[in-house]
Design a protein around this ligand. Structure first.
Ligand code: SF4
Length: 462
């Protein structure tokens, strides 16, 4: 048997690409197994967004080497692409794919070599680590480079209820804390035809919810993520794509992964209002509630625009869930900057806040900034914001207690739960209720809990 395992770190885009790798390898006749089940190939799709993500990637590599000394270990993803020096302490022979454009080709070659060698019983040593990489800035940016790594479109999203579909990749905005413009410098979009074909495949495979994913979703159809370079500063292409996606028969739910305030336009909100299968949930990255800090972060919005877009969303959608990311302790963050973040969070009433403690990422301009906030202060601000986030989440959910909601069940063992329309977790109970993973059920929300809600099963609605 030729078997492979994939270990994935990092964001939804990485997870999507791991599924593409799976499709490619299955097309070549290989079978996916767990890393502990002695695969012939172990692929580590790495992440380097923070120092700890890099460390975790290295940990996965070492663990795979230890568990599978005979396997071909293949390292790809962001760490291999942009922070090669952080892999210098990896001993042993590995295949390093440091350029996404060569991912499919190199994978095929490694696998064919190994299979051929097995058949002829000759052993050929692995390629040594190649630590030369193409300078990303030399890659020309252009649209519709979806064939860039020649990985196949997805026919299913194995092991997951919700399927992620990447529609856009790359960023050249260079927010001062972010390494992504170095790991994914080529700004490009997947053609609507390919996106829609893939969504239909996934619906046919039984997926009921699609999460539309990209590095910078609002730049769909553009060849830069710098808004002032867009011809009219606006972009209707994402809304146009969603209109077509929402019309696909059998697609029960669409969710967007992340947007910036300027991506929220009347046109986009019209699309949300027009289609019942687009969930009333927007993830808008705030990062800081202080204009001074946003400026140092080089974000492309200010607080007044953020608030304006929140008002627009709330005026058009029924009690939408607005979730966000916040970075605590960015260099130069004073107590009053932090208090502005906390005050804005309360004003918006975020349904969920993802809080990140700032840690300098080598290779970014923020890593060289003065006025570092001490770890003690970061810890205490982060704890305060976590408490506030929990309270705001609870307050948000409270307004739905007593109402009915639709829940997409995610697990069939132990606690039966799934996501509501507004993305909070609902634990489903009921006499004679049989849980089936991936079932869409109607529940009555009866209780608010610290981490979600409890719903009583009413009926299946799929
Ligand atoms: S917009 Fe900023 S935070 Fe987002 S990927 Fe680009 S550089 Fe990173």
């Amino acid at each position: 048997m030729n078997a492979f395992a994939i270990n994935t770190l990092g964001c939804k885009v990485n997870q999507y690409e791991s599924q593409q790798i799976r499709e490619l390898l299955e097309q070549m006749g290989l079978t996916m197994v767990l890393t502990a089940d002695s695969p012939d190939f172990v692929i580590i799709n790495t992440c380097c967004v923070t120092r700890s993500a890099s460390a975790k990637s290295r940990q996965y590599i070492r663990k795979a080497q230890k568990l599978n000394p005979e396997a071909e270990i293949i390292i790809c993803g962001c760490l291999a692409t942009a922070q090669l020096d952080e892999l210098n302490d990896i001993d042993g022979k590995v295949h390093l794919i440091d350029n996404r454009r060569h991912l499919a080709g190199r994978l095929k070659k490694i696998i064919k070599n190994k299979i051929t060698n097995q058949k002829t019983h000759t052993y050929q040593t692995h390629q040594p680590k190649d630590i030369k990489t193409e300078i990303p800035s030399k890659i020309k940016c252009k649209n519709d480079l979806d064939g860039i790594c020649e990985l196949p479109l997805l026919t299913c999203f194995k092991g997951h209820t919700r399927a992620f579909v990447k529609i856009q990749d790359g960023c050249d905005a260079y927010c001062s804390y972010c390494i992504i413009p170095k790991t994914r410098p080529v700004v490009h979009s997947i053609s609507a035809e390919k996106v829609l074909r893939q969504v239909k495949n996934l619906v046919n495979a039984g997926h009921k919810e699609i999460v539309v994913t990209g590095v910078f979703l609002g730049a769909y159809g553009q060849d830069t993520t710098i808004r002032k370079r867009w011809s009219d500063g606006r972009n209707a292409k994402l809304a146009e794509l969603l209109d077509k996606m929402a019309a696909i028969a059998g697609l029960a739910r669409i969710r967007l992964s992340s947007l910036e305030p300027a991506d929220v336009t009347e046109r986009l909100i019209d699309t949300f209002c027009r289609h019942r299968n687009i969930m009333p949930h927007l993830h808008l990255s705030l990062q800081s509630g202080s204009d001074a800090i946003l400026k140092k972060m080089r974000r492309q919005y200010d607080i007044s625009e953020f608030k304006e877009k929140i008002d627009l969303i709330k005026s058009r959608l029924d009690r939408p869930a607005i979730t966000t990311d916040i970075i605590v302790g960015f260099p130069g963050e004073r107590e009053e900057d932090f208090q502005q973040t906390a005050a804005l969070a309360k004003e918006v009433g975020f349904a969920k806040m993802h809080i990140f403690s700032f840690s300098p990422r080598e290779g970014t301009s923020a890593a060289k900034m003065q006025d570092a906030v001490t770890n003690r202060v970061i810890k205490s601000r982060s704890a305060m914001l976590h408490n506030l986030g929990n309270q705001l989440g609870r307050d948000f959910r409270e307004q739905f207690i007593g109402e009915t909601d639709a829940v997409l069940l995610e697990n069939g063992r132990g606690r039966i739960c799934g996501r509501s329309k507004r993305y909070f977790m609902v634990s489903v109970e009921g006499d004679g209720f049989q849980c089936e993973k991936n079932a869409l059920v109607e529940v009555k929300l009866v209780k608010n809990t610290p981490d979600g809600a409890v719903g009583e099963f009413i009926r299946r609605i799929d």
